[in-house]
Design a protein around this ligand. Structure first.
Ligand code: PEP
Ligand code: MN
Length: 371
């Protein structure tokens, strides 16, 4: 009984069994948010980037979808895997996806950083075993009518197959209430804390079924001690191909990320961070920054080509100042002068790398080039 070995003999201390998805640690004093659309859609790259910019630590990237009705969108399938690769590269964030059958595990393995066992699959023991045979972390969602012990037994299948990198995910259970899609069982967090050291995360999206109810329940979960959140986020929920009603917007995700950070600081004991840990976080952040700057440079390149064709100046100092002011507002931890310095450098780097700039004989631009 591998899971039992993880049963804490005394009340759990944060960090007792830490599971990393990519560089993101679950089970320590931070509360990572895994976010993204319910399903990978054609515009997934943009969806992933806005989720990253809104504070996601990891991305939902489900290409195979377990839908209740066969006529519903079944997911992008294998052709969605290229989008996962690109999203991972551009954002620098780890990606999670759900295998529906044993063969999906091998299909997903090269493209993802963790496997997600959905509520409908929690009883699929061959699938649990197949996930357990990989070296990937496995998020085991609670079956919608599973008891805690049945849920832990499912995790045991993964562990018994040689993989103890398991995260449990409470996603709401079936009750007599119909106003919400499911009923979030907040008790699960407190009860399982006494039974296992595995990190426990919460999915308030599938628990509630409505975007407006996601943030309050996410905060309830954090207050109860959840180690992370799994949230559906879509830039245009009304156009989502799957579960749009429960998706929150990137702006709502940004606000929730901040609220979670503030709440977690007061409800979780803060551990002194090791140098190693801090560097892990910085590496993940730097990769995300590099991916975003790369993306920005490509957009600037396209924009400057259009401007060149139209014969309008490539540079617009007024607009640059607006961009800088916005960054100063959005990065309150930086001194305003420092925020301006960073953004000016980014603007300059993107502009001077653009092909239109390289080819231009605009005097204003040449001054910038000489400088
Ligand atoms: C999901 O998170 O993509 C999902 C299908 O959720 P659940 O299995 O909890 O219904
Ligand atoms: Mn969904």
């Amino acid at each position: 009984m591998i899971i039992e070995q993880l049963v804490p003999s005394s009340p759990r201390t944060v960090g007792a069994h830490r599971v990393r998805i990519g560089d993101v640690a679950f089970g320590d004093d931070r509360i990572p948010i895994i976010a993204g659309p319910c399903a990978v859609e054609p515009d997934y790259i943009e969806h992933a980037q806005v989720a990253a910019a809104a504070g996601a630590s990891a991305l939902r990237g489900c290409v195979f979808k377990p839908r209740t009705h066969p006529a519903s969108f079944q997911g992008a399938g294998m052709k969605g895997l290229e989008l996962l690769d690109e999203a991972r590269r551009l954002t620098g964030l780890p990606v999670l996806a759900e295998p529906l059958e044993v063969a999906d595990v091998e299909r997903l393995r090269p493209h993802v950083d963790a496997l997600l066992i959905g509520t409908r699959s929690m009883h699929n023991t061959p699938l649990l075993r197949a996930a357990g045979r990989t070296a990937l972390p496995v998020v085991v969602k609670r079956g919608m009518s599973a008891t805690y012990d049945e849920w832990l037994a499912a995790a045991e299948y993964v562990a018994e197959s040689g993989n103890d990198q398991i995260i449990l995910c409470e996603r709401g259970i079936r009750t007599f209430e119909t106003a919400t899609r499911n009923t979030l069982d907040v008790s699960a967090i407190a009860v399982l804390r006494e039974k296992t050291d595995l990190p426990i995360i919460v999915d308030p999206s599938h628990a509630t079924g409505r975007g407006a109810w996601v943030a309050p329940l996410a905060l309830a979960a954090v207050a109860a001690g959840a180690d992370g959140l799994l949230i559906e986020c879509h830039p245009s929920p009304q156009h989502a191909l799957c579960d749009g009603a429960q998706a929150i917007t990137p702006a709502e995700l940004t606000a929730l990320t901040r609220a979670v950070q503030m709440l977690s600081a007061s409800v979780r004991p803060s551990l002194p961070r090791s140098v190693d840990d801090a560097r892990h976080s910085l590496d993940a952040i730097d990769s995300a920054i590099a991916g975003l700057i790369d993306r920005r440079a490509r957009v600037v390149d396209a924009l400057t080509r259009v401007k060149q064709e139209l014969g309008v100046p490539l540079r617009d100092r007024g607009r640059e100042q607006d961009v800088i002011s916005r960054v100063q507002q959005r990065a309150p931890s930086l001194h305003p002068d420092a925020a301006a310095l960073v953004m000016r450098a980014v603007i300059e780097a993107c502009l001077t790398s653009s092909s239109a700039f390289q080819a231009s004989d605009d005097v204003d631009l040449m001054v910038a080039r000489v400088r």
